[in-house]
Design a binder for this molecule. Structure first.
Ligand code: SF4
Length: 323
């Protein structure tokens, strides 16, 4: 029986592409590539369940994926999203699975000319070439606009049953989703945190810093108030209770280290501060300076509790000069 591996991320496009191939009697196996910045596992599993196909979830090693973001061969999108390199890594994982299954081709939901992913013809051809599967990458949604693939010319699939969609129009894909009983998201790359320009800017600053890559948790870059001390110390301030809670959770998730400190207000409402990369003596004036910018201390005598999980300190906030 003809076998294929379909990339699934929970998007409607990928699910419809897989369904079009499945409808031709091909056995389809799903593969999801879930990074720390794009946790698509649950959404991809929903698609796989609707398609009634098995799903393999690949989690790239977080620090290796950060290296890919730091030095992308094919550049960035609007944020820190290295989509060309990332899709190549997905395809490489799909080819590995395909080889194990002794399958014949890989399927993706890419659409020629779709703005979000910059899917130009040359870009699609480049990916296929670098993934090492020339002629064995089928894009059922735009197949009739692309060069016939080997599965088409070998008669494994019928080209006339594939589509000729171009651009960002959604109508035909929605109709097919309804016909196949699929409910995937239409947001696509929006689920990937890396596409947000502000988030990407914060992450890219961290990638060129001296902080350990293992400490660069995705949640750090959701906090908007970032202050760097040269390129080795990062001070994060919560703007509201939600961010204060997030900072507390990040502190618990980060390893115990004398340069990872959490400062919380004692007896007054104010920002929680997470300091990463500075020891207590270095961090104290930076924390105080960050809080002064936010108007603290508002009253005489306001204090902070500071902890590195092993040691606890108290610090008095002073209005004029660093403590
Ligand atoms: S949007 Fe994110 S997950 Fe998707 S290809 Fe780009 S970097 Fe990878």
């Amino acid at each position: 029986m003809t076998r294929s591996v379909a990339l699934l991320s929970g998007d409607l496009d990928g699910a419809v592409a897989a369904a079009l191939i499945q409808a031709q009697g091909v056995e389809v196996f799903g593969l999801a590539f879930a990074t720390q910045f794009s946790p698509v596992e649950d959404a991809a599993r929903r698609s796989a369940d609707q398609l009634q196909i098995p799903l393999r979830v690949v989690h790239p090693q977080p620090t290796e994926y950060l290296q890919l973001i730091a030095r992308p061969r094919f550049g960035y999108g609007k944020g820190a999203n290295p989509c060309g390199d990332c899709r190549l890594a997905m395809l490489t994982a799909a080819v590995e699975y395909l080889t194990q299954l002794e399958g014949q081709f890989v399927v993706t939901g890419e659409v020629l000319g779709q703005k979000m992913m910059g899917q130009k013809r040359s870009h699609l051809e480049m990916l296929e070439h670098h993934a090492g599967i020339p002629g064995r990458l089928v894009r059922p949604l735009s197949a009739q606009l692309l060069t016939p693939t080997l599965p088409e010319t070998e008669g494994l699939i019928d080209r006339s049953q594939l589509l000729a969609i171009h651009g960002s129009g959604r109508r035909q894909i929605r109709e097919l989703g309804l016909r196949f009983g699929l409910t995937g998201s239409e947001k696509g790359a929006a689920r990937c945190r890396l596409v947000d320009p502000a988030y990407g800017q914060r992450l890219r600053a961290a990638l060129v810093s001296q902080l350990s890559p293992a400490w660069l948790l995705p949640g750090l870059f959701e906090i908007r108030h970032h202050e760097w001390s040269e390129d080795r110390g990062l001070i994060l301030l919560g703007r509201n209770q939600n961010e204060n809670d997030q900072l507390g959770q990040l502190f618990q998730t980060l390893p115990t280290d004398p340069t990872i400190l959490l400062a919380t207000p004692i007896g007054f409402h104010g920002p929680t501060v997470l300091s990463v990369g500075l020891d207590f003596a270095e961090a104290k004036p930076r924390i105080a300076a960050g809080l002064r910018k936010k108007g603290f201390p508002a009253k005489v005598g306001e204090r902070l509790a500071i902890s590195d999980k092993t040691n606890d300190w108290e610090m008095q906030l002073a209005p004029e000069s660093p403590v």
